[in-house]
Ligand binder design. Structure first.
Ligand code: DX5
Ligand code: ZN
Length: 224
């Protein structure tokens, strides 16, 4: 029985060789792929949208974990998310800091009606207490352990306290959300997040890219 879920982020892939990287992940029996969407507004970077997602899900059967680092303006949450609702999209994360209270509620209701796991993310400078009132209604909480926007950054330690306090809140209230971490995972920080009580681990540069030679070994270390 695997103790932790691993979700490689393909943000750090070389897009000229994306198929090669996806094939490697498939061979390593990866179930989830973390798909980072950025808007050059909420974060200072742009990544990819529904088209590449559609190409991936048409070819592979990975469960897709969407991480939307975006603000939603001039569209309803439903209008914004609709093009992303493709085969095998199982979970969508949006940022607490990027949305208004009404948008968060709209997002949670939207996921519920489409039977998708609703997940909220908090940035390194955001306290767990800010999202307390939503914890009852969501299936996952993503603790950012780097500033969102880029792969390959250094792990920020305050995420460890957030992970343990979320775990405590979950136990005390009998909530069922999973705790996910994203950013700066490597051999060393992996142990720290595992000890702190995380359930799902996102890793970009540690797992995806031509320099990763021992993928299967790294995956099994993460899965525990
Ligand atoms: C960063 C993204 C991450 C990123 C992680 O904003 O949300 O998913 O790909 O990359 P590493 O694991 O290299 O920090
Ligand atoms: Zn991410």
């Amino acid at each position: 029985m695997k103790k932790f879920i691993v979700a490689p982020s393909i943000l750090t892939a070389n897009f000229l060789n994306l198929k090669e990287d996806l094939d490697k992940l498939k061979k390593a029996k990866i179930e989830w792929i973390h798909y980072d969407v950025m808007d050059y507004n909420f974060v200072p970077n742009l990544s990819f949208g529904p088209k590449i997602l559609s190409d991936i899900v048409n070819e592979y059967s990975f469960k897709m974990d969407l991480h939307l680092m975006v603000k939603v303006v001039d569209l309803s949450i439903e209008e914004y998310l609709e093009p992303f609702l493709l085969k095998n999209v199982e979970q969508i994360t949006m940022h607490y800091e990027a949305l208004s209270e009404t948008q968060i509620e709209e997002f949670i209701n939207f996921c519920k009606s489409r039977k998708i796991k609703a997940s909220l993310s908090i940035n390194p400078e955001t306290e767990v207490s800010s999202i307390k009132k939503y914890l009852k209604y969501i299936q996952n909480i993503l603790v950012m352990s780097v500033k969102p926007g880029f792969g390959g950054q250094k792990f920020i330690e305050n995420s460890l306290t957030k992970i343990s306090s979320l775990k405590e809140i979950r136990e005390m209230n009998n909530y069922s959300f999973l705790i996910q971490v994203d950013g700066g995972i490597n051999e060393k920080t992996l142990k720290l997040v595992q000890e702190a009580g995380v359930d799902m681990i996102v890793a970009g540069s540690y797992l995806v890219g031509s320099n990763v030679k021992d993928l299967e070994e790294r995956v099994s270390k993460i899965e525990g």
